[in-house]
Design a protein around this ligand. Structure first.
Ligand SMILES: [Mg+2]
Length: 258
């Protein structure tokens, strides 16, 4: 395995171009949420504000802010318990509130949560800095790309439309995995097949250890950019396999800066 640090940086080329050249990359398979979009932040901000609203109607002696913070902790804990598998934002909040209260919540509370989130899936999370420029560079290099996302089809369209508008209407292909299913190796294989690129010559990008990195490796990916990655979290056999190249970056922006 090869880390970013082992590549000698040429002053003249962004990391993406170096990776392409040195590994004969012919296409890209991309995760969307938290790789190109600030999706976690979109969730946590909305949840915090909803918690402040709900705190108003709770008969409790803790402050609204303390309640909102405690809810954030429960939401995060439940997310990790589900190993990052997405669920509908309303169900996600209801489950966390029930854990906080220790009992089922009322229909009025469910209605308040549903109303609050009525337009949640009609808007896109903010783009991560550098993500548009990265897509521009991929398009300029004339290499095919595809997104592989574990989210609703319509929401994915809305998210991608934001990028397409900034890319002169360039059509961004995508594959969606229903949120009731896991984004496993088959989804990566299927996505890469759609862009007609050998999987071992595809550069995959993602932030999730299970849904992106390990699923991609199981699908046959050998070149992977891991956003917010930590090589210590990889199984030993991955670390010891010299045919697998993983570049850990703090953000996709690192791929385009010179
Ligand atoms: Mg992701």
């Amino acid at each position: 395995m090869q880390e970013e640090a082992t590549i000698e940086k040429e002053a003249s080329a962004p990391l993406l171009v170096q990776i392409i050249k040195e590994n004969d990359i012919q296409g890209f398979a991309l995760d969307l949420d938290n790789t190109f979009l600030k999706t976690s932040q979109y969730y946590t901000t909305a949840e915090y504000i909803l918690s402040l609203e709900i705190a108003e109607s709770l008969t409790s002696n803790i402050s609204n802010e303390t309640f909102a913070t405690e809810m954030s902790h429960i939401l995060t804990k439940q997310y990790y318990e589900k190993k990052g598998q997405p669920i509908l934002v309303t169900d996600r909040y209801i489950l966390a509130l029930e854990e906080y209260l220790g009992n089922k919540i009322s229909n009025e509370e469910i209605q308040q949560i549903n109303e609050y989130y009525a337009d949640f899936y009609m808007k896109s999370p903010e783009m991560i800095e550098g993500s548009v420029e990265l897509l521009k560079l991929m398009i300029d290099l004339k290499l095919p790309l595809i997104f592989n996302s574990n989210a609703q089809d319509e929401w994915t369209r809305i998210k991608l439309r934001g990028f397409e508008e900034l890319l002169d209407g360039f059509n961004l292909p995508y594959n969606v995995v229903d949120i009731n299913k896991e984004k496993g190796p088959e989804s990566w294989k299927y996505s890469v097949k759609r862009i007609n690129t050998p999987i071992e010559r595809t550069l995959m990008m993602g932030d999730s250890l299970v849904a992106d990195i390990l699923a991609g490796i199981a699908a046959g990916c050998r070149n992977i950019v891991w956003v917010n990655g930590d090589l210590n979290k990889l199984p030993l056999w991955v670390r010891e396999d010299t045919s697998i190249h993983i570049w850990c970056v703090d953000s996709v922006r690192e791929l385009i800066v010179i």
